[in-house]
Design a protein. Structure first.
Length: 530
């Protein structure tokens, strides 16, 4: 039977093809549990049947609130089989941000693991569209305010039979939330072919084969773990080890125990691994490469030499995939690589004119293959139009092009922050801080970190006569935002510096950095609860 990309380039069609090809060969290892390619398809079909029995069908938006566990994959692939739309939610979100995302994505159902049920119960009164909660494990006693009729269990306790609709490569499979900068987080609506295109691109970039084993320790609710680890592992017939989370103390032990050959990293992971006391056996490990971005330039060669691995870096965004990458066969240290076939890229000034080589400008991107970038920002038509001006996607990032065709990342044009591998919306941090009754206004900026990423700093002005201790503000933040968003630095000010048009001068605050009157959460000994 000939390959038809329109019908065969879907996530669940890939799962079925690989199950037929590899059968009982191991694909997934999670602790002591092992799952073959055939198991993956069987459990995904059961998840689809269970979801259908719970009332989920084609086009329905379904939130997933789970940490790393095999059930996440079964639900993700099962939703694809039904033509439903996965909405992965960061498990650290709570309060206002959690309810915003579930509402903005039109989620009619949520698949939840029991420890997160109480968090969802806290925002349930605000979610008129949410009709069903599907549990993947036993909750014990239901949280207060959680109606029993919302709950559906036994998602994989069935024979795997369901009415499979026609799903093609242009149909949406997911809504991936990206951090807002001048507005709330936007949900990028992703087509099926995007997932396969990304998987194939990473497979080619890293030269994966059937003998490889990918160590996947980043959270599955992120595109990195889904498209840079799971999809290329599945496509190349490799094994994948899924860890509950990244742990520096267990990393090398598990890599050696499972004979892993690859790991995807975010920039801050490499300095953490380098901080460990050097050992004679550091380079005696099975890793042949690590794929990622953001390695500090002064660490690149030292890391490769110490641990005996090859670092392969690139540039990407949830909305557009990986338009610029290095590869195993074409690497240049300090660059993000070359433009990938299938994308057109340009570096432009504020008037959209291309700039000469060596001159920083904004990277803009256009696809040359069908359905390889996002379809739209869901329910945000104006944001979609703005990002696709002149049919070029605006990345909001500054790069420069070298004469040899490689690119160098310069800086973020936007005001998004990045901490611990998480993109953080300054707008959302500010909105939550501003909702405190004692706060008049605030602004969130990046402060320098000991690691390769940002620390969150908030500069704020209190209402006349109001008082607010930093610890009280931290308590408020913990109740209303994810732990990684909570500011480390808090600076109380009489006024915020502003332009004549009343825009906060964030550049000035970033340049001033941590001043003597800035409160430091870590120095104060305030502990964040995750």
């Amino acid at each position: 039977m000939s390959f038809d990309p329109v019908h065969d380039n879907t996530i669940h069609a890939l799962v079925a093809r690989q199950a037929r090809k590899y059968g009982r060969r191991e694909f997934l290892r999670f602790g002591p549990d092992s799952y073959s390619f055939a198991d993956l398809e069987q459990y995904s079909r059961r998840a689809a049947a269970g979801l259908e029995a719970a009332g989920i069908g084609r086009g329905d938006k379904v939130a997933i609130l789970m940490g790393n566990r095999p059930e996440y994959l079964f639900v993700w692939f099962g939703l694809s089989m039904l033509g439903a739309v996965e909405v992965p939610i960061n498990v650290a979100h709570r309060g206002k941000l959690l309810s915003y995302m579930l509402d903005q994505a039109d989620c009619s159902a949520a698949v939840v693991e029991a420890p997160l049920l109480e968090r969802l119960a806290g925002v349930l009164p605000e979610l008129d569209k949410l009709q069903r909660i599907i549990l993947v494990d036993q909750p014990g006693e239901l949280p207060s305010g959680m109606p029993a009729h919302f709950i559906y269990q036994d998602i994989v306790d069935n024979d795997g039979g369901f009415a499979q609709p026609r799903v093609i490569w242009s149909d949406p499979f997911g809504i991936m939330f990206t951090s807002g900068t001048t507005g709330p987080s936007k949900g990028a609506l992703m087509p099926q072919n995007y997932a396969l295109y990304m998987g194939q691109m990473v497979q080619d970039m890293a030269d994966y084969g059937e003998d490889d084993c990918l160590y996947n320790a980043l959270p599955l609710f992120h595109g990195n773990a889904q498209f840079l680890s799971t999809m290329p592992a599945l496509m190349s017939g490799a094994r994948m080890v899924l860890a509950p989370r990244f742990s520096a103390s267990r990393f090398w032990e598990e890599v050696r125990a499972y004979d892993c050959t690859e790991f995807n990293y975010i920039g801050s992971i490499l300095p953490i691994l380098m901080k460990a006391e050097p050992r004679p056996e550091d380079a005696d490990n099975p890793l042949r490469l690590m794929v990622g971005a953001g390695c500090p330039p002064d660490l690149f060669e030292a890391f490769e030499q110490r641990f005996g691995v090859v670092l392969v870096e690139g540039y990407g965004m949830s909305e557009l995939g990986l338009p610029v990458v290095n590869s195993m066969h074409d690497r240049r240290k300090g660059t993000i690589g070359r433009a990938v076939p299938g994308y057109r890229v340009k570096v432009v000034d504020d008037q959209d004119l291309e700039v000469p080589d060596g001159t920083p400008g904004e990277l803009i991107v256009r696809p040359q293959e069908p359905f390889t970038m996002m379809l739209e920002y869901y329910r945000m038509p104006q944001a979609t139009l703005e990002s696709w001006r002149d049919l070029w996607f605006r990345t909001g990032d500054y790069v420069s092009r070298n004469p040899d065709g490689t690119y160098i990342f310069v800086d973020r044009k936007k005001d998004a922050l990045r901490r611990g591998g998480e993109n953080i919306s300054s707008f959302e941090v500010e909105a939550i801080i501003n909702s405190h009754p004692a706060v008049l206004e605030s602004t969130a900026v990046a402060a320098k970190s000991e690691l390769a990423e940002d620390e969150v700093m908030v500069c704020l002005v209190l209402k006349p006569g109001a008082e607010l201790a930093p610890e009280e503000l931290m308590d408020y933040c913990q109740a209303n935002m994810a732990y990684f968003m909570i500011p480390r630095f808090v600076r109380f000010m009489e006024t915020l510096p502003k332009t004549p048009t009343m825009r906060v001068q964030k550049v000035q605050l970033r340049n001033e950095g941590v001043t003597e009157d800035t409160w430091d959460r870590e120095k104060a000994g305030y502990k964040i609860k995750r």
